[in-house]
Structures are given as C-alpha cells and as structure tokens.
Ligand binder design. Structure first.
Ligand SMILES: [Zn+2]
Length: 638
C-alpha cells in the first residue's frame, strides 16, 4: 500500500482481483449456467441469483465508465445477453420463474424476490446505458419495468402489491433522474405510498396463495435465514410486517425496524422521492429515521442491524459486540441513505457517517488480497464462542450461499467518486479526502479539482484547483467531526474562511493551479459509548483519524478482555512492514489483569501487571488467520 494513493490501489484491486474472483464463484456455483437452464443434477437455482449478477455487472460498468477495457466489457455483455435472452413477450424477466414456476409469477411478493431482482437489473442497466446510449440491456429492462407498471398500481385489474424486499424503488428513482421519464418516478411513488396500507396486501396475497404454491426448500440457506423462516412462516409472526417495513405507511415510520438492508434501501428511496417531490414532511420523516439509526442503533464502525436472527434492527442501544450482525450490505445501504440526505441539506455529519462506514465496515469487508469477504461485521470475535452459536467465526469467505455482500462491495468501491465530490447549486463540495481528480462543467467554463491525500494513514491533504472561468466559484471543504480544530492554507498561507454546517467555505476566482492544504490531526483518540449501551460499560474505542483500531490475539494473546488501557493512555505509532505492509499500528503500555491462582472464582481482586498492547486498524483484522479480536477495550478505571 502506498501512503499517498491507498484508495487508488484499493480501486485497482477491486477491478483486477475482486471482480474476477466474485465472478468465478458465481460461475462455479451455477449462477451463469442457470440463465441458460444448464444446471447439473443436484444444483438448484435461487430466486435472487439474478440480483447477484446484476450487482456484479453494475460494478463492472461503473469501472468501465472510468476506464475502457474491451475484454471485460465483452465478458460482461455476454452475461447480460444471457439474462435478457430470458425475457418473455410481455416483458417479464426472471429466469427462475421462467424455468421453474411460470404459474407463480408475482404471487408471493412478501417472500420471493422478483421485484428486488428487477430493481438490481435496472440499476445495472442504467450504468450500462451511461456507456452505451443504445443499450439493449437497458431497453430490455425498461420493457420489464413497463410490464411491472402494468401489473401493479391502483387502477382496476392491477395488483396493489409492492416488494417484500425493497430495492426497485431506489433503482426507479435513479433511472428517473437520469432519463427524466416520469413513468419511473410514478412507479417508485406508487410502491412507496402503497406500502403498509390496509387491507394489507401481504395478508391478502397469503390468503389467495394458500395451498397453491410449492413450498420453498430453505435447507441450503444460512442459519439466520432458516431461523427467521421457521419463526415467521409458522404463523406466530406471519402478520408482523415490521420485518419488511410494511407495518405502517412508510412516511409515518419514525424508527428503523426490521431487516436492515430492506429498511435502508427503502429509506434511500424515501429520501430521493421526498427530494424529487419537494415534500418537506417526507424529508422530515427521513431525517427522523436517520437520527434514530445514527444516534441509537449504529455500531461505532458504522455497522447497523444488530440482531442476527432476522438480520434486523432490534431496539435502541442494543449493540452486542460478539453477536453483532451488522451485515456489510446494511452499511452500504446506510451510505446510500446518508448520501441521499446530503443531497437535501449540507451538513458534515452526513459525510462523517459515510466516512465511518467506508473506512471501517466497507474496507474491512474485503481481505487484503481482494479475494474474500465478510458478511457479518463483529466488534468482538472469539472464534470458539461463535462456532457454538453456529455463526461465521471471523474468517472472510470466498463465497456465501446468500451472496449479496461481495458484489455490493464491488459496486460501492467502483463508485467511490460519488462520495468524494458533489456539485451543489451554490458550489462544489469536497466530502471525502480521497486521492482523486474530477472535472466539473460550470455555467461558464469548467473547473478541475485534484485531491492528493494521505488518508487513511496520514492527515495531509493537498487539493489543487484549476479553473478557466473569471467568475468566483465556491468550494466547500468538509471539516471532519473528529478534528474540528483543523486549519486551512491557500497557496501556503493560512486563511480563515467562513465555517458553516461543518464545512470551510472558500469562494474566489480560482487560478490555473491554486493549492489548498488541509492537515488533520491524526493523534489517536478515545471514544466512549453512551452508558445505556450495556455492552460497553468501562470500555473505550481507539481511533486514529477515521480509523477504528482493535486488538488481535495474533499480536497480543488470547483472552483480550484481560487487557486494560490506562486512563489517558499514551500511544506510539509504528509503521513496521513485517505483518500488514503499509499499515500504521499503535502501541500502548497497558495492564493485564490476572488471578494469582488460576481458579475460576476468587474473593481476591485480580492483579494488574504491566502489558504492552498492540492495536491494528480494525479494517485489517482477520488477515492473518483465525484469531480473537476486540474493539471496545476495557479501561483501568481505578
Ligand atoms: Zn449482504
């Protein structure tokens, strides 16, 4: 890893290693053969496989928008060709239902994923359209969307349904913004506004379908899905619609409930729809939910959805560390939702949350070699304990049966530029300090901005602005929440621009090579959790810049909860290349508590003996084999 272009390396790794690795597992497991109905005996198609391929191809198209690669383009085109070859005359497009259950199309929206798959296909096709104005892929998916718009709606003869797994709503709104075709906005609005109304569509659908449909074999699904199905299909919670956020109309919801990825995809669409229809009440509802998530239900690393059973949000301050679910997809969706709110109002708090999730969950989700991925993102890992819980035990997998996370990571890394810059009506925002370059077309002329950043290892950022217009341009430079004392220099001289909403506002006629320099304080600092978070009493989390740090047993020893950080601990930074090249480690002299006699219980207090602690960036944990890991470290409070 080079210090000045960490993200460039990460971006290249995504394209050169992760994209082919994920496709290889998709091919090996039959996802591509399923499109041509060529599965072998014993192989079984899953209803959401097309969404995996759609996310993979979307990541490819996002990369190809930035850099041509005819070979990759040809391969991706061959995959989408197979997808669209399954389109039926009326526009319907889902290979599972085409081959296996043609009689059951759109009859079980609550559980099955047709509309979810359609949403991912639309998102991918939209990125294909941006490269190919005559995209056959987009034309096919648009035809499918037209079919969906005929089937669903409030007119007589239409089904008043909506997806059990939301996704299509945000895809439709993205497509509306690019194509300006009202039909996409209208259908998204219908799906959002219809959700949660009475009589409840999912209950009507259940009644209609009862006894007609083949039962689904969930035996190959991950344990959390099986647990959920056994609970929800038994009838006990069958009509509890919080799981898929259909318990009340969406803009009446005030807290984040249910399956975290479904919820956050829906909130993303809700924020877009509120903005596009300029509805202030709807905007307020979205902000209330965002506050509930980020102030009550989000882990320190930006993970959300703490309950493993149901992959869902639970209740305020319930953030278990060793049983954390915190699915990678949920953090990706939190980034989507937050970015949509950033489009509505400027506040550095939004970019802070995006940064938190990006630098910790998203980077952690992929192994340093780019070939394996986390699904759950624990804050504490004791492999033996997790094995007894039938959970994944802190090793990134090459493949998950339910493989939603890996291709989702591919596409967010491929689209990283979206989170760096934003062009607002009153100027250009720099929201993340990531080495990159972007050209902005302005009303008169253009402006180019180059960021050369040491993040995540150092706090020095050089931003070069080059403009060919004589008009002043306002540029907003985000001030991260973790370093409000930062100063800013223009061409080497300190300046004191207006600070508003967590941004420096610098307005001037920019020259051909004006340079802004911003240095962040990268001294390690401690974060404490609200005492209502019962898991984190007397514990601290260590940060350096945006990076959360953790202990691994590899560098320390097992039983990490024996270690204590001293109050006001001193840290030294270490750049040794011996284990994880390029990373900055932290060392601190702490304590280790031990019984004099190795008994299970004692009336005597444990001894505290000096111990050297080594902390590594959380996102790099579990790259050296199975081990214990701890983020919230005990503090010596005596
Ligand atoms: Zn996922």
């Amino acid at each position: 890893m080079s210090t000045s272009s960490y993200w460039e390396e990460r971006f290249k790794l995504n394209k050169s290693v992760s994209i082919p690795t994920v496709m290889k597992t998709f091919e090996d497991t039959g996802r591509v053969r399923a499109l041509t109905n060529e599965l072998e005996d014993g192989e079984k198609q899953h209803i959401f496989w097309e969404s995996d391929l759609a996310k993979w191809s979307e990541a490819v198209f996002l990369h190809l928008q930035k850099e041509e690669d005819p070979e990759l383009m040809q391969f991706a085109n061959s995959v989408i060709e197979k997808i669209i070859n399954n389109q039926e005359r009326d526009g319907y497009l889902n290979s599972y239902f085409r081959f296996y259950e043609p009689e059951n199309k759109f009859t079980n929206l609550k559980v099955r994923h047709e509309l979810y798959c359609a949403g991912h296909l639309l998102e991918s096709a939209l990125e294909h359209l941006k490269i190919n104005p005559n995209s056959k892929f987009f034309a096919a998916i648009e035809k499918y969307i037209d079919h969906i718009a005929k089937v669903f709606g409030t007119e007589e003869g239409q089904k008043r349904g909506y997806p059990g797994h939301q996704e299509i709503e945000l895809a439709l709104l993205k497509t509306y913004e690019y194509t300006k075709k009202d039909k996409f906005l209208k259908l998204a609005g219908y799906f959002l506004e219809e959700r949660g109304k009475q009589p409840h569509y999912f209950e009507l659908e259940d009644q209609e379908r009862a006894a007609k449909e083949k039962s689904i074999d969930y035996s190959e699904f991950p344990s959390e899905v099986r647990d959920f199905v056994s609970q929800h299909m038994s009838g006990l919670k069958r009509n509890d619609h919080t799981y898929c956020q259909a318990h009340q109309p969406v803009y009446q919801q005030r807290t984040a409930e249910g399956h975290s990825v479904r919820a956050l995809y829906m909130f993303t669409a809700m924020a877009d729809y509120a903005r596009l229809t300029n509805d202030l009440d709807k905007i307020k509802a979205c902000k209330t939910i965002w506050e509930n998530i980020t102030n009550r239900r989000m882990y320190i690393h930006g993970g959300v959805g703490s309950a493993h059973i149901g992959e869902r949000f639970s209740f305020d301050y319930d953030l278990p560390n060793d049983m954390a679910y915190a699915e990678t997809c949920a953090s990706i969706a939190l980034i989507f939702f937050t970015e949509r709110l950033m489009r509505i109002e400027r506040s550095s708090e939004y970019a802070d949350i995006i940064e938190r999730a990006l630098y910790n969950v998203i980077l952690a989700s992929t192994s340093v070699d780019g070939k394996a991925f986390f699904y759950d993102n624990y804050l504490e890992c004791i492999p033996e304990f997790l094995k007894y819980q039938h959970r994944r035990h802190g090793i990134r997998d090459k493949y998950h049966t339910c493989s939603c996370c890996p291709p989702n990571v591919l596409r967010i890394i491929a689209d990283i530029e979206r989170y760096i810059f934003a062009q607002a009506e009153d100027g250009i925002e720099i929201n993340q300090y990531i080495t990159s370059n972007k050209e902005f077309a302005l009303n008169e002329g253009h402006c180019s901005i180059t960021i050369d950043s040491e993040m995540p290892w150092g706090g020095r950022n050089l931003i070069t602005v080059s403009s060919n217009t004589e008009l002043p341009i306002k540029i907003f430079f985000r001030i991260p929440g973790w370093d409000r004392s930062v100063n800013i220099l223009l061409n080497g001289d300190p300046i004191h621009p207006n600070r508003k909403d967590g941004y420096f506002e610098v307005e001037r006629v920019w020259g051909k090579s004006d340079q802004i320099e911003i240095h962040f304080n990268f001294s390690p600092y401690l974060v404490r959790a609200n005492p209502k978070v019962r898991y984190n009493a007397n514990r601290v989390a260590v940060f350096r810049g945006p990076l959360l740090y953790c202990l691994e047993s590899t560098d320390n020893s097992e039983h990490l909860n024996q270690y204590l950080l001293r109050q006001d601990p001193e840290f030294t930074e270490s750049y040794e290349d011996d284990i994880l090249a390029g990373a900055v480690y932290l060392k601190s002299t702490g304590l280790k508590s031990e019984f004099t006699e190795d008994t299970l219980y004692s009336v005597d207090k444990p001894e505290k003996i000096p111990a050297d602690l080594i902390l590594i960036p959380y996102f790099l944990w579990s790259n050296r084999g199975e081990c214990e890991m701890l983020t919230w470290i005990l503090e010596d409070v005596n």
